[in-house]
Design a protein. Structure first.
Length: 568
């Protein structure tokens, strides 16, 4: 048994108060230290140091990631700001950012500073969480080969935080600075040697997502109407980069008035579009693939779900077959221990798939037109409707089986909205738009009293189908019941939401516009961007590898939003 947390007292230092709250929130969400470490891209030892108060998070980006992961709604950031400046590192580690010199140095001078530099020198030792010491350094081989100074720096195996000093030679288009400022959980590093990779990107995970990885090449580009033309100065290097089976993105940077806008193409798509224009190789990308919160959210969700499901593909198929016997039961509650070798995303897919089939089997026997209660609150959970291969067909099948419009209720408290990044709120909006496109009327309550209600389908006052896999104790809990207390509870819940829905409106456009307002999303912007993406589809932006992931829901949702009136 681990040591129990001590009671929080006013006498504790700010970093100890922060550590206590991190530990309490982690325990409340049922996460182990190792699970929190995986979700925040640090070591188990570092989480332990946070919680003990020995070394609090080092910068704002790191504490914001912890805050989002634990759903603290900004409280951890407030506690972190109370810590005196300089307390986040032990005294023997310099807080100064590594200095990158752009001046020419002779070889003897550079080598003489290798051991002496401490934060302001050319070679800066940094200790990773596992004890490994790495250097932020001028490239040693280049120095030895040239016998003279070189202005570019190489970061050897060390993910560069957003606050690190990056020379213009390393980031000529400002790509690293721009993306890490926009999405604080994103980690970028420059591999050395690079083997054709400009940037290695670690895509953050979530409450159940495990994180993903992308390789990127960034090239200059120019605007050409509704597309951008990416120039490829070194065809062989790019062809070798795109030929590898790992997930990759080719990024075009269009510079205008001192700023750059970035456009992404999935590596497989880019490989098929390489053309020659005179002596220069080029690739065309639609301006719809500009990197913003819409496209980043899609990249984030698809890469996370796709990579995790592909990693467990064979084991997942075998486990699904092993668990098929539960389909003969009208009620079951299956723990994650029934599939101990699978990752958390595979558990999610199994639970979602089983609940969908359970509802389809039970739906024809319900004595009246039912109302659905959907437990998803955040983009991470809701994006399963857009991405899991069975979800969009399930929505179509249930709509067809009912032969009528239906209602689906959500509980999304204001605190959840405030603590969700914009790209997650966009994914939640798109999931609801997908439902509305099929005639499913979405209703919302912000009352946190309904957060604990399981997912269900209820024929009011008569019978209920329980089907829950979101934020449950196990992979799923399903049942079919006419028990009066349960049916009454569900009936009251759906009637309360129906009577006072945040999105009440007579039309789908009105309901979605109200939802956009509640989620603090611009309605005209959503119409415009979804319209742009709908014209090209999302597969050119990111292609799935797993057979359990589909872009059909994303494309259908975007097409539907694009068809709605943009005027208020």
């Amino acid at each position: 048994m681990g040591q129990q947390p001590k009671a929080l007292t006013p006498e504790q230092s700010p970093q100890h108060r922060l550590g206590y709250v991190i530990r309490e929130l982690r325990n409340a969400r049922g996460l182990s230290m190792r699970e929190l470490a995986a979700k925040t891209f640090v070591s188990h030892a570092k989480v332990q140091r946070w919680e003990n108060g020995d070394r609090p998070p080092k910068d704002l980006a790191e504490v914001e990631l912890i805050d989002r992961t634990l759903g603290a709604g900004g409280f951890l950031v407030e506690l972190w700001r109370e810590i005196p400046q300089g307390a986040s590192e032990p005294s023997h580690v310099s807080d100064a950012a590594p200095h990158v010199s752009d001046t020419s140095l002779d070889l003897a001078t550079a080598l003489s500073q290798t051991a002496a530099s401490d934060g302001e020198g050319i070679f800066v030792p940094r200790r990773l969480d596992d004890g490994t010491v790495v250097l932020v350094a001028l490239d040693r081989r280049a120095l030895l080969r040239a016998g003279a100074g070189i202005g570019a720096a190489a970061v050897a195996g060390f993910p560069m935080p957003a606050t690190a000093v990056v020379s213009s030679a390393e980031d000529p288009f400002g790509f690293a600075r721009s993306t890490t400022e926009n999405w604080s959980g994103l980690r970028l590093s420059r591999p050395a040697p690079d083997f054709g990779i400009d940037w290695q990107a670690l895509i953050p995970g979530g409450r159940s997502m495990l994180g993903s990885q992308l390789s990127l090449q960034v090239h200059p580009a120019r605007s050409d109407g509704s597309r951008v033309i990416v120039s490829i100065p070194d065809q062989r290097r790019t062809e070798e980069f795109l030929a590898r089976p790992h997930r990759s993105l080719l990024v075009g940077a269009v510079s205008t008035e001192g700023a750059a806008r970035f456009y992404a193409l999935d590596g497989r798509t880019a490989r098929s579009r390489l053309t020659r224009n005179g002596g220069v190789y080029e690739v065309a990308a639609p301006t719809a693939y500009e990197l913003d919160d819409l496209t980043y959210g899609i990249l984030w969700a698809v890469s996370n779900y796709d990579d995790a499901l592909q990693a467990d593909d064979q084991a997942l198929a075998e486990t699904r077959s092993d668990l098929k016997a539960y389909e003969r039961l009208s009620a079951s509650a299956v723990s994650r221990e029934a599939a101990p070798g699978l990752n958390t995303v595979a558990h999610m897919w199994l639970g979602s798939d089983f609940c969908a089939r359970h509802i389809i089997r039970a739906l024809p026997d319900l004595p009246a037109l039912p109302t659905f209660w959907t437990r998803e609150q955040r983009g991470e959970e809701a994006s399963a409707w857009l991405i899991f291969d069975h979800k969009y067909p399930y929505l179509r099948e249930t709509t067809k089986a009912l032969g009528s419009t239906s209602t689906r209720a959500f509980c999304v408290p204001e605190e959840v909205v405030r603590s969700s990044p914009r790209y997650e709120r966009i994914l939640l909006f798109l999931a609801v738009a997908l439902m509305e496109s099929l005639g499913i009327q979405a209703q919302f309550t912000a009352d946190p009293a309904y957060e604990a209600v399981e997912g269900f389908v209820v024929a009011p006052d008569k019978e209920a189908v329980i089907a829950n896999w979101v934020r449950g104790d196990g992979m799923w809990h399903v049942d079919v019941t006419a028990r009066s207390s349960v049916v009454r509870e569900f009936t009251i819940a759906v009637r309360d939401v129906d009577a006072d829905s945040l999105t009440a409106a007579p039309t789908a456009a009105g309901r979605l516009r109200a939802l956009a307002q509640y989620l603090d999303l611009s309605w005209p912007w959503l119409i415009q961007r979804c319209g742009q993406l709908a014209r090209y589809g999302s597969s050119g932006l990111i292609q799935s590898r797993s057979r359990l992931v589909s872009a059909a829901g994303i494309d259908a949702a975007c097409a539907y939003v694009a068809s709605l009136p943009a005027d208020r």
